[in-house]
Design a protein around this ligand. Structure first.
Ligand code: SAM
Length: 283
């Protein structure tokens, strides 16, 4: 009895602007599969047309992804290879594909990633911010309250923070950052790999001003990168908490000598130093 070969789902990254960034392996696979599942078939058929690739396509987007799993399984069972692509960059990274990959993997179908461009990694590789640890937050919430809360919750994180952002929200995000992390160093990567690629850096207020002065800088696609909280900031935070504790001790009527002993016990350091600080606060 011969077993029919099962098809493979290839998860293929496509360019984020510059078509030259499509890898040789990705092009070969896109040209050899039986079908291509694309987020927006009209958009992707332009890319494929330019590459001279003609393969039947089917749409796969956030609204039909779950329903497509059965269909994709049937193609794979019939021995057909299928490529999954998104509009730009790596599928599943703030793009559809997660449900399909999870389900097909759970059912032991072959899933093979074909790496290539992603705005996240491209931006980090050119920004000059620490990359040993970073936190990718996808898109921030669209509404201003939840967006502010999301950023407040990340205020103390010491790794580089990375977000995707759209041109119509970039100014709002900078305003929110100005309120939540006014001294933080930011890098905005815009239009990566395209003609007008730019990296702007500075505090939230400085970047808002640059976008106001040159509205062209507010157009296109953005990756927002935020330097992590520094030990200096942590130190200042600790000093703030120390001052809050000393003020509370004084307000409760604890004497300077006794207060210094309490502070030294809780926060470490010499009693004399806390005595001097309490004395200064009292005056
Ligand atoms: N899957 C894609 C990837 O791997 O990069 C991301 C898709 S997500 C729907 C689109 C967002 O990615 C944009 O809003 C923007 O924040 C970012 N992006 C995509 N292409 C970009 C580019 N050329 N320059 C800057 N940001 C880009």
């Amino acid at each position: 009895m011969t077993h029919r070969r099962m098809g493979t789902l290839y998860v293929v990254a496509t360019p984020i602007g510059n078509l030259g960034d499509l890898g040789t392996r990705a092009a070969e696979i896109l040209g050899s599969v039986s079908r291509i599942a694309a987020e927006d078939t009209r958009h992707s058929s332009r890319l494929l047309g330019r590459l001279g690739i003609r393969v039947p396509m089917l749409s796969l987007h956030e609204h039909n992804e779950a329903a497509r799993v059965t269909q994709l399984r049937q193609y794979l069972e019939a021995g057909e290879d299928v490529a999954l692509i998104s509009d730009a960059g790596t599928p599943l990274i703030s793009d559809p594909g997660f449900i399909v990959v999870r389900e097909l993997r759970a059912q032991t179908y072959p899933v093979v990633p074909v790496p290539g461009p992603s705005a996240l990694i491209t931006a980090l590789s050119g920004a000059g911010l620490p990359t040993d640890r970073f936190r990718f937050g996808g898109f921030l919430p669209a509404r201003s309250g939840p967006r502010r809360q999301a950023l407040e919750a990340l205020q103390e994180r010491d790794e580089t923070l990375v977000f995707y952002e759209t041109p119509h929200r970039i100014r709002h995000t900078l305003d929110t950052l100005e309120a939540v992390m006014p001294d933080r160093h930011l890098v905005l990567a815009r239009e990566l790999t395209k003609t007008f690629e730019t990296f702007l850096s500075g505090t939230p207020a400085a970047l808002s001003e640059q976008l106001r002065d040159d509205p062209d800088q507010a157009r296109g696609e953005f990756v927002v990168m935020i330097a992590g909280a520094t030990p200096q900031a942590d130190h200042e935070q600790q000093n703030l908490s120390a001052d809050a504790l000393l003020a509370a001790l004084l307000a409760e009527g604890v004497g300077v000598k006794q207060g210094a002993a309490v502070a030294a016990r809780l926060l470490g350091g010499r009693k004399q130093v806390w005595y001097a600080r309490l004395q200064a606060l009292k005056e």
